[in-house]
Design a protein around this ligand. Structure first.
Ligand code: NOJ
Length: 751
């Protein structure tokens, strides 16, 4: 076609593409999508194509000009909806091709109505609530012109020092996948083109939660089997749920920075898994390939990004600066850019932006609509994990006066937790406000002391007055934990004990001998072994969001029972990290018979038999609280575990059941958890792996048969030499209410 004018060549090519594809489309929708995308692609100059690959920050000085020139595919961090509208208008009405913008924002756990941090949401073990929370966040964000969120974060992590554990669903791959998929469904709904849905962006691909020592952005050294069996499965699950996009990670993985990781991105994500959504870098993470010491300069980083099939660059400018040169040199083929543009335009089409760029036409409910606040309250209730209760909660009838003490009782900003760009503390209802309201209605006295200005303050203020009020109160409610600023991105901690003078505060208020119920609000598991004996009850509330107050008041005064379960193991001491339930057995598994505490070693001993098993002399081998653990105001019993067929073949369905009974005297919810273990294999397997769970509400005395169905195929794992294998052999299965105990059954998978 040499010699033909550019435009004519384009038209002929387009006609060819459309003709050759005719009849191959799975649906009319796909046909229209392709036609739109290919038509635009044919009309675009190289500069405009590259422009689609660029995501610009709202503060970029020449943003307007760039948009008018068609050099921007997406914007992020433009909080003012009027400005969003104006920028979208520029793109649609003033740029040559009128291609709308993807408008991105970190809508992580709510927009204006803030839900519990994702780690707290995971503690609810309630998939429907998590989905509904994302749906509400999408509605609120979409009403402000946003069409793309950078969530869910599905980085499995085993390190509570890592500040971003707050944003994850904890340590388990299955939980991360299940809740990640729920959020994807919530954000995106059934039809992404509805103006009240937004595109999800699952992150961070991959192994961001594996940062050495929990120091954010750090190196992830991870064996291939662990990468495939622990870190990657949630990504597969969100892809199956239809996630529109994926964000790469800042870290390197075994020597290759994630944002230019050809084996993980091009080979695995695109080729093996067939992912056709948009892949976005993290903030300037492409240019950081140079700082990592992987690429000699930004041009080479750009080359790596393209080779890895990275579609869009967040904020840094390698693509717009170097791609034209790389094409001219013949190192990058323009078709690679076309593929990236196709994916981005395809996402815009799916979002309905070509028809309705501003997301108009929807009758959006007001921000912070009462139904949104109610959903946030319910999620906050279900996220609370009761770790201890020596008969002090719910607050008994005879208690007529309460001392409410601590830096988190009335901390409207901190109760929202990390990543709340759009949350406003003015809308938070604090525990103190709600307790006062309840007390007013029920004739209770409340004496309040903040005691510590911040969770990390080292001085207790007004200790005498605190003691006076504890003495005259019937009971103490202590609100401890972490301010929101102590978790989140780049907010890792080496010491995860209760910060500041909180331990001293617990000791002080427990002095007079009044019952002490502690509520801990934090972005991570904190270690509080020293303080725990002074607490008669512990409610672990994470950062519960806007409705912390009403939710906690409902629990504290017994309107509802706590029902949360830990999505992460709680260490007793930071030195035990990593400590997680799905560990390997080792050749010398620890036991109480073999363990000798350091204090019990005779002073004169120079040699002493210490059992030679995998433990610490000082901290043994058990966590403070196991994964999956959480108490209720009732009691439950499990009985009659049944396996329909203890001998199965690969591909058969395993059917297991157990009877759950509420043996206490209040209505409550219990989470029945199913774990399995492959006893031996071509690679050693974890001692337990969560396979499924069900949250069941029962009245006192009521019982229910809980049935699980699992495809034996899904019990397999990735062996680097063989790929994904489900191996014949002996297996155990547990049905329990946490990861430590459970009723055990055995089964066999035969050839
Ligand atoms: C950096 C964070 O790692 C990422 O998760 C976030 O979405 C972007 N910044 C945009 O704010």
């Amino acid at each position: 076609m040499k010699g033909l004018p550019y435009k004519l060549t384009g038209i002929l090519l387009l006609a060819f593409v459309l003709f050759s594809c005719a009849g191959n489309y799975a649906s009319e929708y796909e046909k229209q999508r392709d036609q739109k995308v290919e038509t635009l692609l044919q009309e675009m100059t190289l500069e405009e194509k590259i422009g689609q690959l660029m995501q610009k920050n709202g503060e970029f000085p020449q943003l307007r000009e760039y948009i008018e020139d068609g050099l921007v595919g997406s914007i992020l961090n433009v909080p003012d909806p009027k400005r969003v509208y104006e920028l979208q208008r520029l793109a649609v009405e003033e740029s040559r091709l009128g291609i709308p913008l993807l408008v991105g924002r970190d809508v992580i756990h709510g927009f204006k109505t803030i839900f519990p941090i994702p780690l707290g949401q995971a503690a609810s073990w309630n998939v429907d609530l998590v989905e509904d929370g994302a749906r509400i966040a999408a509605i609120e964000a979409a009403s402000q012109g946003i069409n793309w969120t950078f969530a869910p974060m599905i980085d499995v992590t085993r390190d509570p020092r890592w500040g971003r554990i707050a944003e994850s669903f904890g340590e388990d791959p299955f939980l991360n996948g299940v809740f990640g998929a729920a959020m994807v469904r919530g954000f995106q709904g059934d039809d992404l083109s509805n103006p009240n849905t937004i595109a999800a962006c699952a992150k961070h691909y991959a192994a961001y939660g594996w940062a050495e020592g929990g120091r954010d952005y750090n190196t992830a050294n991870i064996p291939e089997s662990e990468l495939h069996n622990v870190v990657l499965p949630p990504f597969k699950m969100i892809i199956d749920a239809g996630a529109a996009s994926i964000m790469t990670a800042f870290n390197e993985i075994n020597g290759i920075p994630a944002t230019g990781h050809v084996p993980l991105m091009r080979d695995l994500l695109r080729q093996e898994w067939g992912y056709e959504g948009v892949v976005l870098s993290d903030w300037r993470s492409l240019e950081q390939l140079v700082i990592h010491g992987y690429s000699p300069n930004e041009k080479e980083a750009t080359y790596e990004g393209m080779q890895a099939t990275l579609d869009m660059e967040m904020v840094s400018t390698g693509y717009e600066t170097y791609l034209p040169e790389l094409i001219e040199e013949g190192r990058i083929d323009e078709s690679q850019i076309d593929d990236a543009v196709r994916r981005i335009l395809g996402m815009k089409f799916d979002l309905g932006l070509f028809e309705n760029p501003y997301g108009l036409g929807e009758d959006f409910p007001e921000l912070l609509h009462p139904s949104h606040l109610e959903a946030s309250r319910q999620m906050a209730i279900e996220s609370v994990v009761m770790l201890k209760n020596e008969d002090v909660l719910p607050v008994p009838e005879h208690v007529r006066s309460i001392a409410v003490i601590g830096p988190l009782a009335d901390a409207p900003h901190d109760q929202m937790g990390t990543w709340v760009f759009d949350g406003e503390k003015e809308h938070s209802v604090t525990p103190l406000q709600s307790i006062r309201e309840f007390a007013g209605d029920n004739g209770l006295e409340v004496y309040y002391h903040r005691a510590l200005q911040l969770s990390r303050s080292k001085e207790i203020t007004n200790a005498d007055a605190i003691l006076r009020d504890v003495n005259r109160a019937d009971m103490v409610l202590l609100f401890l934990g972490e301010e929101s600023i102590l978790s989140g991105e780049a907010h890792s901690l080496a010491n995860i004990d209760l910060q500041g003078a909180q331990e001293e505060l617990v000791e002080l208020v427990s002095g007079p001998g009044k019952p002490v119920a502690a509520v801990i609000m934090a972005g991570r598991p904190v270690t509080f072994e020293k303080a725990e004996p002074y607490m008669d009850a512990v409610l672990y509330a994470w950062h519960p969001g806007t409705m912390a107050g009403p939710a906690l008041t409902d629990i504290i005064f017994g309107k509802v029972s706590p029902s949360g379960k830990l999505p992460v193991t709680f260490p007793r001491h930071v030195g035990q990290i990593p400590i997680y339930y799905n560990h390997k057995n080792t050749g010398k598994p620890p036991s109480y018979e073999s363990w000798v505490h350091i204090d019990d070693i005779p002073e004169e001993a120079v040699q002493y038999s210490l059992g030679n098993t995998a433990h610490y002399l000082d901290y043994g081998f058990e966590p403070m609280y196991p994964f999956g653990f959480g108490l209720t105001y009732s009691s439950f019993e499990l009985e009659n575990p049944e396996l329909e067929n203890p001998t199965l073949q690969v591909g058969d369905t395993l059917r297991a059941s157990v009877v759950l009974q509420n043996t206490g005297d209040v209505e409550a919810a219990e989470v029945v958890q199913l774990y399995t273990r492959q006893l031996f294999g071509s690679l050693t397997r974890p001692v337990k792996e969560l396979r499924d769970f069900k949250k069941i509400v029962l009245e006192p005395g009521q019982s229910r048969e809980v049935v699980f169905e699992i495809n034996t195929q899904d019990l397999g794992f990735h062996n680097p030499d063989k790929g994904f294998v489900t191996e014949p052999g002996d297996y155990h299965l547990w049905l329990g209410t946490d990861s430590r105990d459970g009723l055990k059954k055995e089964f066999e998978i035969t050839r």
